[in-house]
Write a protein that binds this ligand. Structure first.
Ligand code: DHB
Ligand code: FE
Length: 280
């Protein structure tokens, strides 16, 4: 059976895509952010996962306010990356894995999550930036990916607990897939940030660090937070943290934290990188 070996988290801010393209890894502004990644690269090189299941949010590229699925699962052979207006280079096509996508879709629907299945889906910075940060250039030996899009943009958005339970259903579906694949799960976006309105620039380090702690050992408790309280504590776009809860739901009750990095600010956002290994 396919095996979930761990979970990763990463910010997705578009400015990272621009810095990556310019190779500003040693630039004083960017260094403390990019330094969060080499320990994860080392683990990935050792573990050699076959598939990345990526929880992300679309920012108006593939879904707009006229049609907004709560949960949408990619079931395509490939996913075209486009820039929805940030001026960052488009990264071409990401490889899909429709066999596992359909297994996940079957599994979650049987479990009570009536998702939108997407046999064609363009992916924005919410997906491309984290995949690039972990796996680099996708034109040679690309990792197989399954994009899972969660609405964090237009209310009503799914509750933190609903996302955690959705992750649990996906975890069960992956573990029932008859293959030998090693699977990693990505929770992307977050942490605290608000891009507009009176609280533009808002960052809440205390809350972020609490979340980074609790998501390891007590995710069930953390997922009880209401959507309103999450927005109050993390900012309007800090709501993206529900993508981390979905990732955590896929993993076992017990996980081992192998690496953590927290850096503020990067662009307007608090960036958190985590590497969690699934424990038996
Ligand atoms: C930024 C953060 C985001 O989550 C996003 O989608 C776009 C921009 C930022 O901090 O610049
Ligand atoms: Fe975002």
């Amino acid at each position: 059976m396919a095996r979930i070996i761990g979970g990763l988290t990463s910010s997705h801010i578009p400015a990272v895509g621009a810095a990556y393209a310019k190779k500003q890894f040693e630039d004083p502004y960017w260094k403390p952010f990019f330094e969060g990644y080499p320990p994860v690269h080392k683990w990935l090189a050792e573990q050699k996962p076959d598939v990345a299941v990526v929880f992300y949010n679309d920012h108006g590229l593939n879904f707009f306010l006229d049609k907004m699925p709560t949960f949408a699962i990619g079931a395509a052979f490939e996913y075209e990356n486009q820039d929805e207006g940030w001026g960052i280079p488009a990264l071409g096509k990401f490889r899909g894995y429709p066999e596992l996508s359909w297994r996940i879709i079957d599994g979650v629907v049987a479990d009570g999550f009536d998702v939108c299945s997407c046999q064609e889906m363009a992916v924005d910075h919410g997906f491309s930036v984290p995949v690039q940060l972990f796996w680099g250039d996708q034109t040679k030996n690309p990792i197989k990916t399954i994009p899972i899009c969660v609405n964090t943009v237009q209310h009503p958005v799914p509750t933190p607990m609903r996302c955690y339970r959705f992750g649990q259903a996906i975890g069960r579906a992956i573990s029932a897939f008859p293959g030998n694949e090693k699977v990693v799960i990505l929770g992307t976006g977050g942490m605290s940030h608000q891009l507009d309105g009176k609280r533009a620039g808002f960052i809440n380090k205390k809350f972020d660090l609490m979340c980074m702690e609790k998501i390891v050992d007590d995710p069930e408790e953390l997922a009880k937070i209401s959507t309103a309280d999450l927005i109050q504590e993390a900012g309007a776009q800090g709501l993206e943290f529900i993508l981390w809860l979905a990732m955590r739901g896929c993993l076992n009750g017990k996980v081992k934290r192998l690496h953590q990095n927290y850096h503020i600010p990067i662009s307007n956002t608090a960036a958190g990188t985590l590497l969690l290994e699934n424990a038996a």
